[in-house]
Design a protein around this ligand. Structure first.
Ligand code: HEM
Length: 480
């Protein structure tokens, strides 16, 4: 069927993808509900894997199958590589500098190239691994101390601290989150509010006339938190510039960026460095920390899977050694756990919105120019046509399959695919395995307050990252 509003009558005779009938003015906004990933998954069961919705005046296409995701992210990659610019992302001109929001052009390509060469290549990551190893020792010591004291660990907090610490060590050799201090609290709040403002559906994005009114105050909040984060990174850059001549040269990302900038300011200005650090930091911390918390949640809900993971690590690493990055390839069960967690609880359930650059025909339907395209990976991960028993946590499903999350297997794309795929996934891969291995290698865990495994809450809270609604807490007990 074809709607009769003007935007729906297009030059082409191809129809728009099927979708729920829109109400006047607001369109389908009310159908998003509190958990858009779930509401959209349900709607796509009725309307199909390519579905059209009208959110206020914003054309939106939702993709919910591996085949359609491949069409959009691989076959027609070029048409769908830009981003829908949200009102929240315009604060402090963020969208004009951000790797995550820039259109695919010279500036974006240059930033991606710099990240690949100076941060996420295997040699670069290998050269900074001792910095991360040191932070993991601190995590182990912290858990050990909680173990002596019989104190429960709040995984949302601990995972955030250790991720922050690993990220700051890799990016600029500073420990922003020592375990014995609360100094990271403010930074955590800044990153979390940034994720919140970018992840909350904003009426001003659906109705451009509301941009000035800012009905939910999102523009105002994003101005504050992006401003604070930019100031924070400016301070870090200035401190480095001051200490650069006097102290030992650090071999981290910041140093590499400053060197590029010194050689050629037009390739990378100090303003761009500030935005890049902020982008990497905010894109990498909450996503990784949330995934760690979900992994521990599933392992504590499924004691036999926890025990399998522990046995593998204890068998391969032994009692006295510390797990290292080079051990990951020898831990197939742990790898399967990470894949299964990313399938069931993807940190970015709808990836990051893409935008159609032109009118384009997909599977016999017309995707209109400027439509926002959401790839509902959460729906793909929970689809019984794609996965056997999709609601059950079974890392074993990956043991005899060659499926990976490197963007080639469209049934498992927690990091996206194609040119806009997450550039940080090689670092995320290392951090996730190492943090989890450190948490379960030497410790057993008891849920706080005598809670039974099956009572652990699995509800999530929608945002740009999918957090756990109720924080997970458990007490470590010693093994060796
Ligand atoms: C579990 C951890 C992580 C998950 C699940 C994740 C997931 C994603 C997803 C789904 C996207 C959007 C892909 C698309 O548009 O199709 C993305 C983009 C991005 N990620 Fe990650 N990510 C993680 C960790 C990281 C880390 C550690 C970093 C950096 C240190 C990072 C930096 C970025 C950046 C800069 C982008 C924007 C890229 C662009 O638009 O060109 N991410 N990530």
């Amino acid at each position: 069927w074809v709607h009769n509003s003007n935007s729906r009558i297009r030059k082409s005779i191809k129809p728009l993808p099927p979708g729920p009938y829109p109400l006047p003015i607001i369109g389908n906004i009310l159908q998003l509900g509190q958990s858009p990933h779930k509401s959209l998954a349900k709607l796509s069961k009725k309307y199909g894997p390519l579905m059209y919705l009208k959110l206020g005046s914003l054309d939106t296409v939702v993709v919910s199958s591996p085949e359609m995701a491949k069409e959009i992210l691989q076959k027609h990659d070029q048409v769908f590589s830009d981003r829908t610019i949200l009102v929240a992302s315009q604060a402090h001109d963020y969208h004009n500098f951000s790797l995550g929001f820039l259109p695919v052009g010279g500036q974006w390509k240059n930033l991606r190239k710099i990240c690949k060469e100076h941060m996420f290549s295997t040699p670069q990551l290998d050269s900074s691994k001792s910095l991360r190893q040191e932070k993991l020792h601190k995590l182990r010591d912290y858990v050990q101390e909680c173990c002596h004291r019989g104190q429960a660990i709040n995984f949302a907090e601990a995972a955030f601290k250790v991720t922050l610490s690993l990220m700051s060590a890799t990016l600029f050799s500073i420990d922003l989150a020592p375990f014995d201090s609360n100094s990271c609290h403010e930074l955590k709040e800044m990153v979390r509010s940034m994720m919140e403002v970018l992840g909350t559906p904003n009426l001003a994005d659906f109705f451009p006339v509301l941009k000035r009114v800012d009905p939910q105050g999102i523009k105002h909040k994003s101005n504050i938190c992006i401003g604070k984060l930019l100031d924070f990174f400016e301070d870090i850059i200035n401190q480095r510039l001051q200490s650069r001549d006097s102290s030992e040269v650090q071999k981290d990302l910041l140093e590499a960026l400053l060197n590029i900038s010194q050689r050629n300011e037009s390739e990378l200005s100090s303003n761009q460095i500030k935005y890049l650090l902020m982008d990497l930091f905010s894109a990498g911390t909450d996503t990784t920390a949330t995934t760690v918390e979900w992994a521990m949640t599933e392992l504590l809900r499924n004691p036999e899977k926890m025990s399998k993971a522990q046995q593998e690590i204890r068998g391969v690493i032994g009692e006295n050694e510390q797990v290292e990055e080079s051990d990951i390839s020898r831990l197939p069960y742990l790898q399967a756990v990470v894949k299964e967690v990313l399938r069931c609880h993807p940190a970015g359930p709808l990836l990051v919105p893409h935008k159609a650059e032109t009118d384009v025909e997909i599977d016999g339907y017309m995707i209109p120019k400027n439509a926002q395209v959401l790839v509902n990976f959460w729906a793909i991960g929970r689809d019984s046509n794609v996965w056997f028993n999709p609601d059950s946590f079974e890392p074993e499903r990956f043991l005899d399959k060659k499926i990976d999350y490197k963007g080639q297997d469209f049934e498992l794309i927690p990091f996206g695919s194609g040119r806009r795929m997450c550039p940080g996934y090689p670092l995320a891969h290392r951090m996730l395995h190492l943090i989890l291995a450190t948490l379960v290698h030497r410790f057993n865990w008891k849920l706080e307050g005598g809670m039974k495994p099956e009572e652990v809450d699995l509800n999530d809270k929608f945002g740009i990252t999918l957090e756990k609604a109720v924080p997970l807490k458990a007490v470590p007990t010693h093994v060796f």
